[in-house]
Design a protein around this ligand. Structure first.
Ligand code: ME8
Length: 588
């Protein structure tokens, strides 16, 4: 008798003849209430749902954020990537049973936005409303399960910024002084001499000055500003970095190291306001309308606003979802998130985020895709051609945490065909073929219906390996997700899919007598079910379609059901003809 080690039910099998003699029902215990709590909806899309992010007497939700995007131009693939990555982190946490919260939104103040509105001759607020809506629409289309879409022009955000300012002032970290330096309007930041590059322009006879980091032109600015005493934060920051290196405060380490080096090299105080005479499109300094708050202090505070900082008492805020568990950011804004942001928080005596996950850039034809560079891919156009989850798959299948990646729409379609259509959708379609019956296979398994079935030991060993891999899938994927690596998790999933397809080729169920077919169909159905459950955080639509097709009940889709025989209640109508494919074949 061969007992499948991972199963409570057993297939009784004669070693001598290699026959699977019967499928015997074992006992099963399950907390369906827990499972229900952990259910992740396949079609969650709450981009329009608002929530003030506070939690009463509950475990703090896992709080994930994207950068808030400038509204100076329409979104591109780079923005979508940050959203998809953050969404996958959030959905994964939900999947493993944690309450989670995802914040995205738009950064609307500052010179850059004011100038963009002026250029198209629109009132700046109207311009912001229109472009912000494009980002909101993108989140909706891409199935980003955001719980709040914040805008820095929101009133409650302004209150949070004022509160942060006042706190820093009261604690003695803000002072007024004169500021002179090289300022980039495009980057909304001053650059030190060491980060500048001078280029003589023959035609005009003028020497222009550029930031070496971003290549953007800078201009000399001299003005009265408020300053944040960043230089005083060097030691606390280094202490923080040291204590949190192994906790991956900044991930990957290749992004953390330059930050540590930079802070070790010393910090200058930071100008955190601009004269309102120069621009007014921002939040005024509390008590001094002649100054407007620097856009980065305003923007970074969005993460606090969404957790209720401006609205709650300090006591209440301590019970809020703050601190953020993961800030997802691009490598262009690490300085702001890994130096300025923790410095503001430490100075205000607020907890710092747990992780800043930094990704590299999507390139187009070798150059960073950027609004100002004009070399962008429109995410809506690609999603319209390939489908939302095919684009999500392409983005997540490429690990660009360590290095830049070239975006190629043709490759999105190639991956879709090779991995999603041929390996995933085909497996589900074959299993749901009208020639088979999953429902019958399950009922045979449940009733211990004897199935005379000749199989080689080699085949049965292959089958056991496949089942073992499927049973380990959540744990194996979790190892990667704990390392912020959806690419690795997807590789694990596709490893099981590859083996499941080999299993079908090996088993040739279409050449097997219907009376002998149940054990094979049962294993195939279980592979489709388990893989689809684990795929939910990554590809919510395709996996949802597959689970619907298999008639898996909506409260049997959480991580604990991703085990062989963990659900024996599905399969009804799964083999009716013409129920469509999980991923339709592309016409291109
Ligand atoms: O910096 N590849 O906004 P932003 C990958 N408002 N990701 C990219 C990308 C690319 N080519 N281009 C942009 C800002 N991104 C500030 C943020 S947060 C408090 C304030 C993504 O509209 C990436 O996440 O310029 C990058 O950090 C962000 O968009 C910059 O967006």
């Amino acid at each position: 008798m061969l007992v499948w080690p991972h199963c409570r039910r057993r297939i009784v099998h004669s070693v001598r003849t290699g026959d699977v003699a019967a499928i015997v029902l074992g006992t099963r215990t399950r907390s369906s209430a827990r499972a229900r709590r952990r259910f992740i909806s396949s079609s969650t899309n709450d981009a329009n749902n608002e929530n003030n992010g506070t939690v009463e007497n509950k475990e703090k939700p896992f709080y994930v954020t994207t950068p808030i995007f400038y509204v100076n131009a329409a979104p591109h693939i780079g923005h979508l990537y940050s959203m998809v990555l953050a969404d996958t982190f959030k959905r994964w946490q939900q999947f493993v049973g944690k309450d989670s919260f995802l914040l995205t939104g738009t950064d609307e103040h500052g010179m850059k936005v004011q100038q963009a509105a002026d250029k198209v001759e629109k009132p700046v607020k109207q311009f912001c409303d229109e472009t912000s809506q494009l980002f909101k629409n993108l989140a909706t289309t891409a199935n980003i399960s955001s719980d709040k879409f914040i805008r820095t022009t929101d009133e409650d955000h302004q209150e949070a910024v004022h509160k942060l300012w006042t706190t820093l002032l009261e604690k003695g970290y803000i002072y007024k002084g004169k500021h002179e330096g090289w300022y980039s309007v495009s980057d909304e930041t001053f650059y030190p001499e060491s980060q500048l590059n001078r280029v003589f322009d023959q035609a005009s006879g003028v020497t222009k000055v550029y930031s070496t980091e971003t290549g953007k032109e800078v201009e000399w600015a001299s003005e009265e500003n408020y300053f944040f005493a960043l230089s005083r934060m060097r030691e606390p920051l280094l202490e923080l970095y040291k204590s949190r290196i192994s906790d991956k405060f900044v991930f990957p380490y290749s992004q953390f190291k330059p930050i540590i080096d930079s802070v070790e090299g010393g910090l200058s105080d930071l100008s955190i306001s601009r004269p309102s005479s120069r621009f007014t499109w921002g939040i005024p300094v509390p008590g001094d309308e002649s100054q407007t708050i620097y856009v980065w202090l305003d923007a970074l505070a969005n993460y606090l606003s969404a957790a209720g900082y401006g609205q709650l008492t300090s006591h209440e805020f301590k019970k809020s979802m703050w601190p953020a568990d993961i800030h997802v950011v691009g490598k262009d804004i690490t300085r702001f998130h890994c130096i300025y942001w923790p410095a503001f928080l430490l100075a205000a005596e607020l907890p710092v985020p747990k992780h800043v996950v930094v990704h590299s850039h999507w390139l187009m034809n070798g150059a960073k895709m950027s609004k100002s560079g004009g070399n962008i891919v429109d995410p809506n156009a690609v999603m319209a051609i390939a489908g939302v989850d095919s684009v999500r798959y392409y983005l997540l299948r490429h690990n660009i945490l360590e290095g830049d990646g070239d975006f190629d729409t043709e490759k999105v379609l190639e991956r879709r065909q090779a991995d999603l259509v041929f390996k995933y959708s085909n497996l589900v379609s074959r299993t749901c073929s009208k020639s088979f019956s999953i429902e019958l296979a399950l009922s045979h398994a449940l009733k211990g219906y004897p199935v005379a079935h000749t199989r080689q030991d080699k085949f049965l060993a292959f089958q056991s390996d496949l089942i073992a891999e499927a049973n380990n899938l959540v744990d194996n994927a979790a190892k990667h997700m704990n390392n912020f690596n959806p690419t690795g998790a997807l590789s694990e999933i596709w490893g099981v899919l590859k083996k499941a397809n080999q299993y079908v080729d090996y088993a040739t169920p279409w050449n097997t007598a219907p009376s002998n077919i149940s054990p094979t169909i049962f294993v195939m159905a279980e592979m489709c079910r388990i893989v689809s459950i684990v795929l939910q955080p990554f590809l919510p639509t395709y996996s949802g379609k597959a689970l619907d097709k298999l008639s898996v009940s909506s409260d049997h889709r959480s991580a604990e059901y991703a085990k062989f025989e963990a659900d024996m209640t599905y399969g009804k109508d799964a083999n009716l003809p013409n129920r469509g494919h999980v991923v339709e074949r592309s016409s291109r």
